[in-house]
Design a protein around this ligand. Structure first.
Ligand code: URP
Ligand code: ZN
Ligand code: ZN
Length: 459
């Protein structure tokens, strides 16, 4: 089966040109002017940007966390992602302390198998690095195509590892060609501040924010960068929120070390004043939303290339789940829904408001995640032979975000009533129209698990 996308403006991280795109089977066959293909279904993309499908390398679907599960599963989460133009996501497997990585992998496979609408891969979160886990790193990379290993320097008593484990893991991952990623905040400092606030009877969502000041993130970022420099492992910091952390990445660059950094759409657009609202629990996530000066620093860092990826850290919870912490901020499940709207939010607020170029948009939403995590050039670009993961975006269509109309399985929106300009109209996943004008055109199970290649940590 062939598809021919005609009359659009094709945008990649490097190019922007009027061209037609011919798709045969799952792949891009040709890009050129006035293409014709007998029997091909023609899609008219006049007035549209034709761009690579988004890759969101930071989502948590059906994840057991803080006594509950994130409310989007593999079905609802990957479908909502497709609605917003994200064709591939990278989700997290969490090792149970005392158990093997293989044990965790099998649990996650059980939840995922047969349920995907969009394509998906996994990071392996190592929460207990020991001699047994050490042996499994090579196996994950070479047999399973899971080439990235997530670590937590926070969530003390649950997911956090210490520096000894971190260095051990880094050595092993470097040897076998993977990358170590990190939630970089100082878990001991945060634990101290959480207990201090609770003992003083300070239980409101605002104290979630006040228990994770900027210094907790800056310190851990610097420490992680130092350990990565010492071991030489490719290093990637997830959900960076603040100027202090960015400055540690810049310090690393001064000694010629490359530390890759991701921010998330909410840290660019929302700020900590939301924690003073009565429904502040909606935005309880870790790290917390920060200040306007941090938003400015993050936009600047994207422009400069210090931050290479804009993800979501999609980890939704229903309001009833958020209410588990109504009397104590430390019991509010941490996380926020965003998988559906990352692309449209960044287009509207980034490209349309001239904070970033169209090429940068493609770079941070698709090409860089594909390169960093071993999927390029199969994914992350529109090139001959690449998977035909393509979106058509109307840059002028206006729409309003709301829980009433979104497709995520969560009963609120962190952006309720926000007006955007620019809408994803058609989404193609491996040569199949998956979404057209809001309608789903594929069946559950079409999405595939993506085995990834070894990574260099370079772009
Ligand atoms: O609040 C968050 N970010 N929840 C998901 C887990 C994590 O730390 O990424
Ligand atoms: Zn995190
Ligand atoms: Zn996360």
């Amino acid at each position: 089966m062939s598809l021919l996308i005609k009359n659009g403006t094709v945008v990649t991280a490097a190019d922007l040109h009027r061209a037609d795109v011919l798709i045969e089977g799952e792949r891009v066959k040709a890009i050129g002017h006035d293409l014709n293909a007998e029997g091909a279904e023609v899609i008219d993309a006049k007035g549209m940007f034709v761009m690579p499908g988004g890759i969101d390398p930071h989502v948590h679907l059906d994840m057991p966390f803080m006594g509950t599960f994130s409310s989007d599963n593999y079905e609802t989460g990957t479908r909502a992602a497709l609605h917003g133009g994200t064709t591939t996501v990278i989700d997290f497997i969490l090792q149970t302390q005392g158990k093997s990585l293989r044990h965790a992998l099998e649990q996650w496979q059980g939840r995922m198998n047969g349920n995907l609408f969009g394509d998906l891969s996994w990071h392996m979160a190592v929460t207990d690095f020991n001699d047994d886990t050490k042996k499994e790193v090579k196996e994950m990379i070479e047999q399973e195509g899971i080439t990235s290993f997530k670590t937590f320097m926070a969530y003390k008593g649950a997911l956090m590892i210490d520096d000894r484990q971190m260095v051990g893991l880094m050595n092993e991952v470097k040897e076998h060609g993977g990358i170590v990623t990190v939630h970089a905040t100082n878990g001991d400092m945060i634990d101290f501040l959480v207990q201090k606030h609770r003992s003083e009877g300070k239980m409101a969502p605002l104290y979630h924010y006040l228990s994770q000041p900027e210094i907790t993130e800056a310190e851990a970022t610097g420490r992680f960068a130092d350990m990565a420099s010492y071991t030489g492992v490719p290093a990637y910091i997830v959900h960076m929120t603040c100027e202090g952390a960015l400055n540690h990445v810049r310090d690393a660059a001064r000694r010629n070390q490359r530390v890759l950094a991701e921010t998330c759409i909410q840290y660019l657009l929302l700020d900590a004043s939301l924690y003073e609202k009565p429904d502040g629990a909606k935005w309880v996530m870790s790290p917390p939303l920060r200040e306007k000066k941090d938003q400015a620093a993050l936009w600047g860092a994207i422009d400069q290339g210090t931050v290479q990826v804009v993800a979501t850290d999609h980890c939704p919870f229903m309001m009833a789940q958020k209410a588990m912490g109504s009397a104590d901020f430390s019991k509010i499940p941490n996380g926020h829904p965003a998988i559906e709207h990352r692309m449209e939010l960044l287009f509207s607020e980034g490209v349309n408001k001239k904070r970033i170029t169209l090429n940068k948009f493609v770079e941070v939403t698709a090409t860089n995640p594909a390169k960093i995590f071993g999927m390029f050039p199969r994914k992350g670009t529109i090139g001959i032979g690449s998977d035909a993961d393509i979106i058509l975006l109307d840059p002028n269509e206006k729409h309003t975000l709301s829980a009433k109309t979104h497709h995520m399985n969560v009963d609120y929106s962190g952006y309720e009533g926000m007006q955007l300009t620019g809408k994803v109209k058609t989404v193609i996943l491996r040569g199949q129209v998956a979404i057209d004008k809001g309608e789903v055109k594929i069946k559950k199970g079409y999405g595939q698990f993506v085995k990834r290649n070894k990574v260099s940590g370079m772009l």
